[in-house]
Design a protein around this ligand. Structure first.
Ligand SMILES: NC(=O)c1ccc[n+]([C@@H]2O[C@H](COP(=O)([O-])OP(=O)(O)OC[C@H]3O[C@@H](n4cnc5c(N)ncnc54)[C@H](O)[C@@H]3O)[C@@H](O)[C@H]2O)c1
Length: 308
């Protein structure tokens, strides 16, 4: 199949691109390199250096005639979205609509979207929560993810474009940007390996559900199947607090500096953990790499990391 991956120079998109190429698909990457890196683009992928909001997107879609669009381009920091809500909406909502329009006009069969479970549910009533949990985003980023989900459903209703919306919990693993604002495992790992002060926001009791990148790849392989359509959490169902992540990584990196706590950040929910039973029941998918295996692999990757 011919697959367009937006954000394919970033952490998750580049890993998916590599995986799809291995599976024999033709991959075209669209990325403006705002947060991604040219070096992440795998051999064998065609690359357009362009913003998803650009008018030229429509010409590219008409020329390339993609079967599938896998949309990962985004500004993906809760904190940035709180301080720059207009920028967040421009990329995350308007950019997504531009891609949906181009997809509709060029006959794309399926639109796959990376949403963010924690931010679209907000503070949860039940732990872990499923896809039917009320949506109460507490950040512009969560609002923009949810808006895009609604637009995707609208394009499905009116134009019959199939879709898969994956609501990931917190993804970690190789190629996550350790110098960015989001991605605590990468940030902690690099700081600890360099023996630099490593700050914990709040009192460290914030919890998240951490999914290893390889488990995201197996989900995206299944998303290509015709019978896979709809909204699915991609999660482990295991809740881990920040203090625990700090301790595990400190142990793996032989980091000895004390924990330093900083004030909690606006827009970040306190607990987040989801069940992926809906996706498991449909496809047999299982998360196979738990933190005990994923954290050492991630630390190994950052041992040879060169800031670009
Ligand atoms: N990392 C996570 O834990 C997580 C969790 C849930 C959802 N997601 C979603 O997954 C997707 C990928 O996240 P990631 O962690 O790989 O982030 P990333 O920052 O590594 O990748 C995002 C990519 O999008 C590109 N991009 C940003 N704005 C663009 C624009 N206007 N036009 C073209 N390209 C643009 C960036 O250059 C970057 O390469 C995002 O949509 C994010 O919201 C990530």
């Amino acid at each position: 199949m011919k697959i367009c991956i937006t954000g394919g120079a970033g952490f998750i998109g580049s890993n998916i691109a590599e995986h799809y190429i291995k599976l024999g698909h033709e991959v075209v990457i669209i990325d403006n390199l705002a947060l991604g890196f040219r070096q992440n683009i795998p051999d064998g992928a065609k690359f357009y250096h362009i913003d998803i909001n650009d008018e030229e997107i429509h010409d590219i879609f008409k020329k390339e005639k993609f079967d599938i669009v896998n949309h990962h381009a985004a500004l993906m920091s809760v904190r940035y979205s709180v301080s720059m809500p207009l920028e967040d909406a421009r990329t995350n909502i308007l950019g997504s609509i531009n891609l949906l329009e181009a997809s509709k006009n060029s006959g794309v069969k399926k639109f796959i979207f990376s949403s963010f479970a924690g931010t679209v549910y907000g503070e949860q009533d039940v732990f872990p929560c499923d896809e039917n949990h009320p949506n109460r985003p507490v950040s512009p980023y969560g609002v923009s993810k949810l808006s895009t989900e609604k637009y995707i459903e609208y394009y499905n209703t009116l134009y019959d474009m199939d879709f898969v919306i994956f609501r990931y919990t917190n993804v970690y693993g190789r190629r996550q940007n350790p110098l960015g604002e989001a991605g605590v495992v990468a940030i902690f790992a690099l700081k600890m390996l360099n023996n630099q002060p490593t700050y914990i926001t709040g009192d460290g009791s914030i919890t998240r559900d951490y999914v290893y990148i390889d488990d995201i790849l197996s989900a995206h392989e299944l998303a290509l199947n015709d019978n896979v359509k709809g909204i699915f959490n991609i999660a482990t169902g295991i809740e881990t607090d920040l203090n625990h992540i700090f301790d595990k990584l400190a142990n793996l990196t032989n980091y000895k500096l004390p924990k330093v706590y900083t004030p909690p950040k606006l827009g970040e929910q306190k607990r987040s953990v989801c069940t992926a039973d809906k996706f498991k029941n449909l496809t047999g998918w299982q998360p196979l790499t738990m933190l005990d295996e994923g954290l050492p692999k991630t630390v190994e990757f950052y041992k040879s990391y060169n800031a670009k």
